[in-house]
Write a protein that binds this ligand. Structure first.
Ligand code: GLN
Length: 266
């Protein structure tokens, strides 16, 4: 079938997602949009194309279909069963980079590494050694694969464990934890991501609260976290109660998204 016919037919399946359908074709053919428009008569295997389009329209995220994404300008492998990296998380990464630029730490810990993006970017850009934990076995395999790809495997100690059980003492802790309210209505694509990487409890901020208590018990100097757009007030209160002074930052869409909290003991 020609590109022209295939796109026409695919667009009728869901005209609101034309752009993604076109992306799927670009990705399958490894051509850009301009090439697609200039070659409408090029013959393609429409079965494969429609199969990808149907999977996408039934809620399979684009990143899971093609098993890759980009974060902070770097390429990463992605797999179903592990949270897809979000552009929003670049704010947290940039704050962590700034902290490491100006301070030194004995032991750094990431809670919930997922695909490994944050620890890998920090290890790559700042040369620090990082401990990182997650409870998801698929995440462990994927994060190790990503770390290998970026040549930083020897700088990150990925562990399959709950942060509450981790051994060691950490003076800089960072995390993009699950923080969405359990009953928040997510679109069908996000619902196909691991729920234990997304949902933080009935309020959403319960795991952030546990992380704050953990950081206090660890006597951590700094805690840096991503959080939900409506959680700044409660987090400010929880951080103050536990001896931290925090600065809050917005993401590039203008939503409150990350904090850096300093332990007042230091
Ligand atoms: N640290 C990973 C990320 O930011 C995973 C986060 C998570 O699973 N909640 O994508």
């Amino acid at each position: 079938m020609s590109i022209h016919q295939a796109l026409k037919q695919a667009y009728t399946k869901d005209p609101t997602h034309k752009e993604y359908i076109l992306f799927i074709l670009c990705e399958l053919l490894q051509k850009d949009k301009a090439w697609i428009f200039l070659n409408p008569d090029f013959q393609i295997d429409e079965k494969i194309f429609f199969d990808y389009v149907d999977k996408f329209l039934h809620g399979e995220p684009f990143e899971y279909l093609f098993q890759k994404t980009q974060f902070y300008g770097l390429d990463f492998f992605v797999e179903k069963g592990v949270l897809i990296p979000r552009f929003d998380s670049e704010v947290l990464l940039e704050k962590c980079l700034e902290i490491l630029e100006h301070h030194t730490f004995k032991n750094i810990l990431e809670i919930g590494f997922g695909s490994g993006i944050l620890s890998i970017c920090l290890a790559k850009l700042k040369k620090n050694h990082i401990h990182a934990c997650d409870i998801n076995k698929k995440a462990l395999e994927l994060a190790k694969k990503n770390a290998d790809f970026h040549g930083v495997s020897n700088k990150i100690d990925f562990q399959l464990c709950d942060f509450k059980n981790i051994q060691g003492n950490f003076d800089f802790i960072f995390s993009n934890p699950p923080y969405i309210k359990n009953d928040y209505p997510l679109d069908k694509w996000v619902q196909n991501e691991p729920h234990n990487a997304l949902f933080g409890g009935d309020n959403g901020w319960e795991i952030l609260h546990e992380i704050i208590l953990f950081a206090k018990n660890q006597n951590a100097k700094v805690l840096a976290c991503e959080f939900g757009y409506d959680q700044k007030t409660i987090l400010q209160k929880l951080l103050e109660e536990n001896g931290f002074k925090a600065s809050f930052y917005k993401d590039y869409s203008g939503f409150d998204r990350a904090f850096v909290a300093w332990n007042l003991k230091y």
